[in-house]
Write a protein that binds this ligand. Structure first.
Ligand code: NDP
Length: 609
């Protein structure tokens, strides 16, 4: 067991012993660390490919294969692709083709239609292009259908439906040295040529399944939360799952998704069993309809200002403006940073080391509050104790909900806590924990998404660049890019998402900045009639060195964490992870680096022919 270092600043005014709590965090982490790390999960393919099925399209779609040429192919119709499409249309690009495996635009919000699906990040900063579309979200934390509608509205506004290939999966990208074009092959036998390719594959897209012994033996009905089967449950994303009234339902997982659908399952199922390995931290939601007066008084430019304000505050660098302008969002995401700031103000001349301690103490205080909230709501004391999260707030995705904990007060709902070990076995009849079998009619996997495998495994296809080099080989140990956007040997190919980039909990902000950046490069390429654009080896090496240097602090933080996908299931050093190998200086610094690069104007570090 690791000994915790005592704090150097005075903690005597706290009503708990911070060292004791930190010791408990380590115990809880150690209980869950396992040798197989990410290898514990089952890839949703082969016998498990049924978990990837699209329930939201009519079966039997067919079309003729395409054999043509466009200027830009964008792979993925979620916000990353949509924002890139919008930027490119604004730049006058006519021939853009989206290739998307779903039946429409929307990405995350196309797939995640489970009951109660909602965005945890404030809608006024999460929804992109609000001023461009002249739209104000209906509530502070929007529900999934409104976000899907907004995705579709962006596609319509920027005329992105033209030339799309939905229900189509890319199988390979291959660079042709002679024509300087990419050939995109798909599962519909297309052979599409493109001058530029943008890979906006998304990051939380491929459902992952737990590698529990007997996983394919269950004889009841089963599905993953991101492919909700309303034909079986009845109802809609608003709930009312009437078909479950006579069913014993089990759900594995208590992450951000499960926290949102469990209140509906608890309300509608005859019996609900929640199989928990690690409890989530669940703070107050406090949702409300948008105040029309507030909305009417917004001034032009308000959206970008609010988005930036959130990003700076959440990463502990509040904007230094007039007081009224500070922390505009001011919700559960920014509480820890807020409190640390407040404590620092009360203690002038705080050193950097002390500031770090203050941040930790603010986190400990916040988590004490969240744990106390569990006891206030959950009537059964033993159940309440099992629902208390003992880790730093940002070790896992923080959750916010005003009905989740209350669900455990229902007689029909049972929490089956596995003391950090997970479900033991799946049998034809149900699940086994601690030697006891729980018979079920329906088993739902709320077990999240694949991260930690290689980039091309998650994409589902390989990219064959110059001299036949495969991206899967070049990035076997870790990605290698300039600014997370492009990689040498793969000319005119651009990446969006969590690759060597500045990480923000507001995904759409990060995607918007990346889209703007790569559209700038493509725009420039078109202007000068470039045949190929790719980073120089020197520039790429320099960026990888920056990543290695700044990623260390991020890794040190996650090494303290109870495992999950944020900490790459405890596999520190695996650069294919979600947080590992990202730019550790925070999102705003990263956005500034790429904005300064554009401002400088010489496309430094890119080789253009
Ligand atoms: P997560 O990966 O966060 O959660 C998976 C859950 O499955 C965890 O509770 C995990 O436990 C559990 N689990 C895995 N294997 C086993 C096992 N063998 N036995 C028992 N339990 C097991 O996935 P989610 O779908 O909940 O969330 C994924 C992400 O999607 C979020 O983090 C967030 O980024 C995003 N999301 C965003 C929302 C938003 O508001 N914007 C809403 C919902 C999701 P353990 O913790 O022990 O690993």
């Amino acid at each position: 067991m690791t000994e915790v270092k005592k704090y150097s600043i005075d903690t005597s005014n706290l009503d708990f012993d911070p060292d004791k709590v930190r010791q408990q965090y380590i115990q809880e982490r150690d209980k869950r660390l396992r040798e197989d790390g990410f290898g514990q999960y089952q890839h949703a393919s082969g016998d498990f490919s049924g978990f990837m099925e699209d329930h939201y399209v009519e079966p039997g779609f067919e079309r003729e294969p395409l054999n043509d040429e466009v200027e830009v192919v964008i792979i993925g119709g979620g916000f990353g692709g949509l924002l890139t499409g919008a930027q490119l249309r604004k730049a006058g690009v006519e021939k853009i083709r989206f290739i998307e495996k779903a039946g429409d635009f929307g990405g995350t919000w196309y797939w995640n239609r489970y009951p109660g699906a909602q965005c945890d990040v404030e809608s006024f900063v999460y929804f992109p292009l609000l001023e461009e579309l002249d739209y104000i979200p209906k509530e502070r934390y929007s529900h999934a259908p409104e976000i899907l509608d907004h995705s579709i509205a962006i596609a319509k506004k920027y005329d992105l439906y033209r030339d799309t290939c939905f229900q189509t999966e890319v199988t390979e990208l291959r660079w042709d040295e002679v024509t300087n074009l990419w050939t995109i092959q798909t599962d519909r036998k297309d052979q599409i040529k493109a001058h530029y390719v943008v890979m906006a594959n998304g990051c939380l897209t491929r459902p992952k399944l737990p590698g529990i012994p007997g996983i394919n033996s269950f004889k009841g009905h089963t599905f993953h939360t991101s492919r909700w089967d309303y034909n079986y449950t009845g109802g809609s994303s608003e709930g009312d799952l009437t078909n479950l009234a006579d069913k014993r339902v089990g759900i594995i997982g208590t992450g951000a998704t499960a926290v949102q659908c469990i209140p509906h399952l608890g309300k509608d199922a005859k019996e609900l069993y929640v199989f928990q390995r690690t409890p989530s931290s669940v703070d107050i939601r406090n949702n409300a309809p948008t105040d029309p007066e507030w909305a009417e008084n917004l001034q032009p430019g308000w959206h970008q200002e609010r988005v930036k304000n959130f990003s700076m505050t959440v990463s502990g660098r509040p904007p230094k403006k007039a007081k009224s302008n500070q922390n505009q969002v001011d919700d559960g995401w920014t509480d820890v940073a807020n409190e640390a700031e407040k404590m620092a103000r009360e203690k002038p001349q705080t050193t950097a080391a002390e500031k770090k301690e203050l941040l930790e103490i603010a986190d400990l205080k916040k988590m004490q509050e969240i744990r106390a909230r569990v006891s206030d709501i959950v009537k059964d004391e033993a159940t309440a104790d099992q629902l208390k999260a003992f880790y730093w707030q940002f070790c896992k995705r923080p959750c916010f909900h005003d009905d989740y904990l209350q669900t455990y007060n229902l007689d029909s709902v049972s929490l089956v806590d596995t003391e950090g070990q997970g479900v033991e076995q799946i049998t034809p009849a149900g699940l086994v924990v601690n030697g006891k079998e729980y018979p079920l009619d329906c088993l739902i996997f709320g077990t999240g998404f694949e991260l930690g495998s290689s980039y091309t495994t998650r994409a589902g296809y390989d990219v064959i660049g110059r001299d036949g080099i495969a991206l899967s080989d070049k990035w076997a140990d870790r990605p290698s890019t300039l600014h997370g956007i492009s990689s040498r040997g793969f000319p005119n190919c651009f990446f969006l998402g969590y690759i060597q980039t500045g990480v923000s909990p507001n995904f759409t902000h990060m995607l918007g900045e990346q889209a703007q950046h790569l559209a700038y490069v493509i725009k420039h390429g078109r202007k000068i009639g470039a045949k190929t654009i790719e980073p120089t080896q020197q520039a790429e090496d320099a960026w990888v060195a920056v990543i290695e240097q700044t990623a260390e602090a991020v890794e040190r933080h996650f090494a303290k964490c109870t495992p999950g996908y944020y900490s790459n299931e405890g596999e520190t050093g695996n650069r294919n992870g979600f947080m590992n190998g990202q730019y550790g200086g925070g999102p705003e610094k990263f956005f500034q680096i790429i904005a300064d690069w554009r401002e400088e104007g010489s496309l430094k570090g890119l080789e253009i022919t």
